[in-house]
Design a protein around this ligand. Sequence first.
Ligand SMILES: C[S@@+](CC[C@H](N)C(=O)[O-])C[C@H]1O[C@@H](n2cnc3c(N)ncnc32)[C@H](O)[C@@H]1O
Length: 285
Amino acid sequence: MDHAAIRYLEAKRSIDDRAMADEVLATVRRSLPPDPTILEAGCGTGTMVPRLLELGITDGTYRGVDRDETVIAFARDDRPKELRNGGRQVDVSPRGFRVDDMAVSFVVGDALDAFADVSDADLFVAASFADLVPIPALLDTITTALRPGGLAYLPLTFDGETVFQPDHPADEQVIDAYHQAIDARPGRDARAGRHLLHEFQDSPGELLAVASSDWIVRPRDGVYPTDEAYFLTRILDFVESSLSNASPPVPDLADWLEVRRSQLAASELTYVAHNYDLLYRTAGD
Ligand SMILES: C[S@@+](CC[C@H](N)C(=O)[O-])C[C@H]1O[C@@H](n2cnc3c(N)ncnc32)[C@H](O)[C@@H]1O
């Protein structure tokens, strides 16, 4: 990953904030013990830390893992500055920082094995992540790392529905091919949201809360908020790179991309991606 990816993750933040279901966040807050141990898989630039603090979770320990060292370096450098600018007490250490009464660290590693040393976590977070890794391995990681009665919070889990507006005649073939290209990559599941919903429903613990958390990106008064136009630029790039070598080729892909990019430049493009926020409590509290 590179600086473009950092910018993409930071641009995604305002979209995530609009999308995340308040009632699921409130249930996380209500269900957590004091001084919680929190783990995050695929933490990216660490945007969950300010969210947890905003929610009133200001003590305990947080450890975020991402396999990309550039996003971890950004998280270590930028999150403390942001929190300090926001008026919080922050003390920086080599691998992280202390903010209010929470010890925060960001670590480079594969989230499916970086938590092998933990079996008593109170909260396991994975945001915009479950569609990127094999679901059985993720569920094993979660249940091993959590204590009995621990919480798994998986917000913004993609569920394989994508909308672009206005209509284009090639929408159906491009979008179907895009989802199929995601599914064709090892370990990926474009419909991770509904599959996790079913897995949690069928597991011995309890699905405490579930809600839709669709990303909706649209211009307002002729402009996209904050850096959301950049987010859309990257989404169109993802579609292009997923399908550029498709076999058989996707007819009309070039025209579709050209039209979508012009609509984006003219602030006329709307994009929706269907996600779920899931909150599961493991059995045995
Ligand atoms: C879509 S981003 C989401 C980042 C962050 N959770 C957010 O919502 O802003 C997915 C992140 O997962 C990371 N990732 C993907 N597979 C991983 C793995 N197996 N272990 C650790 N990180 C991984 C990527 O590097 C990327 O930063």
